[in-house]
Design a protein around this ligand. Structure first.
Ligand code: 13P
Length: 228
């Protein structure tokens, strides 16, 4: 198993209203009460709600004293200014430490190409944000300076058909040859049942669940099953 720090990063996508967010954090906080007593190595936990729920999430994480950091799911490729509808890195950094860039849903549904993604990464990095950069395979280039690379094969996203842990491990091993010292995680139909089989692989430094991160009990189970 890789000695690097492990990650459990929940991507909530366009799900939840503010009541759902508050309910998730309340239940998750209740489940986490005994976490300090658990003699396990707990991975770094990040949740990525929609932009509009970042202030609420930040306040509740503080209120419940949760071992959770916040990430955004997107970021503007531009700085602050006349860019209607965009959220700039300098605005985001008030709320989050992490930002997901290059998710395949943005590449395919919003025509985000390598140039746009590189601009997004540059803005994030110059504002001190940690970038979680998603790639669908080992051939897509990754901008310098990202904190985490997420291997997310398109066939596995939202399908209930994950890559095999063996293949994910092999692909991540190839990615790691090009990006030495950058943690690489796996995303695509990760559940509380299969999480361990990914986490225990040599090169896999964590996971990026979508659907299974939406339910607080399921997310807590993932946390416990991911702990080494
Ligand atoms: P699912 O876990 O729902 O397949 O989503 C994975 C994903 O896209 C995380 O970014």
């Amino acid at each position: 198993m890789s000695a690097a720090e492990k990650y459990l990063i929940g991507n909530w996508k366009s799900n939840k209203n503010s009541t759902d967010v508050a309910g998730f954090l309340k239940i998750f906080a209740h489940k986490c009460k005994n976490i300090k007593k658990i003699p396990l190595k707990i991975p770094k936990i990040v949740i990525c709600p929609s932009y509009i729920h970042l202030p609420l999430s930040r306040d509740l994480i503080k209120k419940y004293n949760l071992p959770v950091e916040l990430g955004a799911q997107n970021i503007s490729p531009y700085g602050e200014g006349a860019f209607t509808g965009e959220v700039s890195a300098s605005q985001l950094k008030e709320y989050v430490r992490y930002v997901i860039i290059g998710h395949s849903e943005r590449r395919s549904n919003f025509a985000e190409n390598e140039k746009i993604l590189a601009d997004k990464a540059k803005n994030a990095l110059t504002n001190g944000l940690k970038v979680i950069y998603c790639v669908p395979d080992s051939k897509i280039p990754v901008p310098d300076g990202v904190a985490v690379i997420a291997y997310e094969p398109v066939f596995a996203i939202g399908t209930g058909k994950p890559d095999t842990p063996e293949n994910a491990n092999r692909t991540i091993g190839v990615i790691k040859k090009n990006y030495i010292n950058t943690p690489v995680i796996y995303g695509g139909s990760v559940t509380s049942e299969n999480i361990k089989s990914f986490m225990e692989k040599e090169y896999i430094d964590g996971v990026l669940p979508g659907k299974s991160s939406l339910d607080p009990i399921s997310f807590y189970k993932m946390l416990i099953n991911a702990a080494g």
